[in-house]
Design a protein. Structure first.
Length: 265
């Protein structure tokens, strides 16, 4: 099947997401509520303890808001449909169609993510009324930030796809998914910047882990913790983990495709 078909899948997913208007407003409202609560928390912590890990308060508040916006982007778990198809047995029908199931899922996820990005715009604008937001240090920093988010999205997709593919063997991955999401939240820098962890070997391991490519790299670029001379290395680290997880996801899918186990016949 030609590339145009997968583009159409993405367009349909984008349109489908637009039908859930209440979900759009509730998601933006949820971001604003969390911005207010986290801004209050960090402001009080900084008032009591001063600047932390070389990150001033205004940069920390910017970090918090951008992390919440990335939650919207990375929160699109398009690979979830694979888990359902395997459990219900309908994956066998998809195998008979002239399409690549992983590419279809990626296209669908891309369409959903495109709509999620639109939700980030009002959330960002309204958040600016609640807290002061710093802009990127330069145009180059903004370009590097966008590239880091794009690669982080790919890494996140491959992680989700790997977990979904495991349903070929386990039939249920909810427990594993919750565990991975917890670990990712803690070690990616989405909750607390990785610079707050003890300096030394532990911090270096975390800064170079695959989870750091999701939040730490793009957010560090925006607030200036990663300087222009380090952009190439930071993006290279992301590309490395994207290649590792992508290769493993492709291999695991090929093995699972040959060993289809349909629950309930």
């Amino acid at each position: 099947m030609r590339l145009e078909a997968y583009v159409e899948f993405a367009k349909r997913a984008f349109s489908r997401e637009g039908t859930y208007r209440f979900q759009v407003f509730s998601r933006v409202g949820s971001v604003l509520l969390r911005v207010f609560l986290l801004a209050t928390l960090w402001t009080n912590l900084y008032r009591a303890n001063g600047e932390q890990a070389g990150i001033p308060l205004h940069s920390m508040l910017t970090y918090v808001v951008l992390a919440l916006l990335l939650d919207i982007v990375y929160g699109v778990n398009g690979a979830y449909v694979v888990r359902e198809k395997i459990r219900e047995g309908t994956i066998a029908i998809d195998f008979m169609r002239p399409i690549s199931v992983p590419l279809y899922v990626f296209s669908d996820t891309l369409g959903q993510t495109g709509f999620a990005l639109l939700q980030c715009v009002p959330a960002l604008v309204l958040s600016a009324f609640l807290v002061h937001l710093d802009g990127p240090p330069s145009v180059l920093a903004f370009v590097a930030f966008v590239a880091a988010v794009a690669i982080g999205f790919v890494v996140n997709y491959f992680i989700d796809m790997i977990m979904a593919t495991m349903t070929f063997w386990t039939m249920e991955i909810f427990g594993i998914q919750i565990m991975v999401q917890f670990i990712a939240s803690l070690l990616s820098g989405s909750l607390v910047p990785l610079y707050f962890f003890p300096q030394g070997a532990i911090q270096q391991i975390l800064l170079n882990s695959p989870f750091a490519t999701l939040y730490n790299v793009p957010l560090s670029i925006w607030i200036g913790k990663i300087e222009p001379a380090q952009y190439a290395a930071a993006l290279g680290l992301q590309l490395f983990w994207a290649t590792v997880f992508g290769s493993f996801a492709v291999w695991l899918w090929s093995v699972g495709e040959r060993k289809v186990v349909i629950q309930g016949g």
